[in-house]
Write a protein that binds this ligand. Sequence first.
Ligand code: MTE
Ligand code: MO
Length: 225
Amino acid sequence: MGRRTLLGTLAAGIAGFAVAPSVQRGWEGFLAAASQHDPTGLTGLLPDPGGFRYYSVVGSVPQKDDTDYALRIDGLVDRPHTYTLPELRALPQTRLVRDVMCTDGWRVDSTPFQGVLLADLLDAAGVRAEGRALRFTCFDGVYSESLTLEQAGRPDVLVALTMQDKPISHAHGGPARLYVAPMYFYKSAKWLSGITVTDRVIPGYWEGYGYDVDGWLDGADRGAA
Ligand SMILES: Nc1nc2c(c(=O)[nH]1)N[C@H]1C(S)=C(S)[C@@H](COP(=O)(O)O)O[C@H]1N2
Ligand SMILES: [Mo]
């Protein structure tokens, strides 16, 4: 896409700011596509109609679905396991409605996320005595995050399968992303593909650029565990 075409399309997208969910999906898909042609990061400045912004530290992320999505849990556990999407859907689901906040200053109030409690997956895997922390990896091939075992065991930390009561879209990190409700949204790794139990915290992608390893929201926004 040439630059003028891109800007024209952006303008058309803004002019067409409509509320129909199908249009929102189109816009979101457009943001994802445009960001792959926009090394300036311009698309990162465009809000989508839901108030979210599209973030990815890489240009192009493969699409995964029921046929090829896999979530690997390994490291210091007794029972490593690779979950498929149907397997994850068959486990008990928890729904949380909290405010999403990015360190860039935008927030989206009362956003429902639903999925499997991370604590349940860790119980099933059997964390060994030496386990202290988790390292999360993503099928974008680059992003990573971490939590201590104590943080990961909270009842407001999910491997989320739905966002706003719909399957998580590709742009928002589907088919499964981490959702760490009490922390800034950078902790909620999109396109989640690996959870490794480690003996210490291995700082994630943004932490390498100075972000806090502990991304707690302020008390008022954190909510009850
Ligand atoms: N894999 C991956 N996960 C990620 C990011 C990313 O760039 N790549 N960005 C983080 C940041 S800084 C934020 S604010 C949210 C943005 O989520 P969204 O794109 O669904 O709005 O995802 C977080 N998780
Ligand atoms: Mo963010």
